[in-house]
Design a binder for this molecule. Structure first.
Ligand code: ZN
Length: 319
């Protein structure tokens, strides 16, 4: 029944899959029972591969729209109108800014608020504390470095979609990224009427063209040396854990980019009977029925489910 793959894992693309699940179910066992099952699976595992999506940062307290946006981006709403763009940090990023001075005036502000200056780590810390003693690795589509801030070593993190701290050549003419946090701070200080001074506009040191955030939005996204080093470490971890007692702990991954964490996690679980899947999400924690007892999907406030699972694990540790 289990199809053991013998293919060697050396590339991130070996891990990705186009498969989609056709047998999703919402588990209807009571919440407390689900927490118990999830905690038992994690307790029995030697390896935990965390897969984190946007829902994890939100559950931890990160805010992107609503009152938060109105409060922190009033200057830009006034300049550009609220329209369809200036509603939240996601949509606003797509605003057709009239020039580079305006574009970086906006982006330096967002990059700091959503990246370098964001600290919603208490929930991340609770989880890492509860997973002490496990061999850990994090695969994350978030660009906000929150697990790293919470104390997970950078060598155990593969942040596949980029970073709010980095910029790159807009057309990706060379495979390098540049840390721009200090530049963003300077832009933040010198911004007037939404614009930064022309001399602060970053230019590509190779082709002289415009620069862009190192966030994956299209095929010009730069995967630099650090990205590939993280890919290698991730592949090594995966090669090691896939035949051991492993839990794939999926946190807040929806259907925005399910091909990066969600579907590959299902495939790994399907193909390796020693691997289990614990999927936490506010509303999208349905799991493939075919995975049976090896998959737990908990639809709940994740701040609560993570805390409850952590408390169970701590309780058993003290026994
Ligand atoms: Zn360039």
């Amino acid at each position: 029944m289990f199809n053991r793959s013998t293919k060697k894992i050396t590339r991130f693309s070996d891990f990705l899959t186009g498969d989609y699940a056709r047998d999703y179910i919402k588990q209807d066992t009571p919440y407390a029972e689900q927490i118990e099952r999830a905690a038992r699976l994690i307790n029995a595992a030697d390896y935990v591969l965390i897969g984190a999506g946007a829902g994890m940062s939100t559950a931890a307290g990160a805010e992107y729209g609503g009152k938060f946006f109105a409060e922190h981006f009033a200057e830009f709403q006034k300049l550009y109108g609220k329209g369809p763009y200036m509603q939240d940090m996601y949509a606003a990023g797509f605003y057709p800014f009239p020039d580079q001075e305006s574009k970086w005036g906006y982006w330096s502000h967002q990059a700091l608020l959503a990246g370098a200056d964001l600290d919603v780590t208490p929930l991340h810390r609770t989880l890492l504390e509860a997973l002490k003693g496990k061999k850990l690795f994090l695969l994350s589509t978030n660009a906000d470095h929150q697990f790293e801030k919470a104390g997970l070593p950078a060598e155990q993190i593969f942040q596949t979609q980029g970073s709010y701290n980095l910029i790159q050549c807009k057309r990706g003419c060379h495979p390098k990224t540049y840390n721009a946090v200090e530049l963003f701070r300077q832009m933040e200080r010198e911004r007037k009427d939404g614009k930064i001074p022309g001399e602060l506009v970053p230019k590509c040191p190779v082709c002289g063209g415009d620069m862009e955030m190192n966030l994956r939005v299209d095929n010009d996204f730069v995967e630099d040396e650090n990205w590939h080093a993280a890919e290698d470490r991730f592949c090594r971890f995966l090669s090691e854990c896939k035949d051991k007692k492993t839990v794939l702990l999926e946190l807040g991954v929806g259907f925005n980019t399910p091909m990066i964490i969600r579907f590959p996690f299902e495939k790994l679980t399907r193909e390796h009977e020693n691997v289990s899947l614990v999927r936490l999400s506010r509303s999208k924690a349905m799991v493939p029925a075919s995975l049976g007892e090896r998959a737990v999907g908990i639809n709940a406030d994740m701040a609560k489910s993570i805390t409850d699972i952590s408390e169970k694990l701590r309780g058993w540790e003290q026994e």
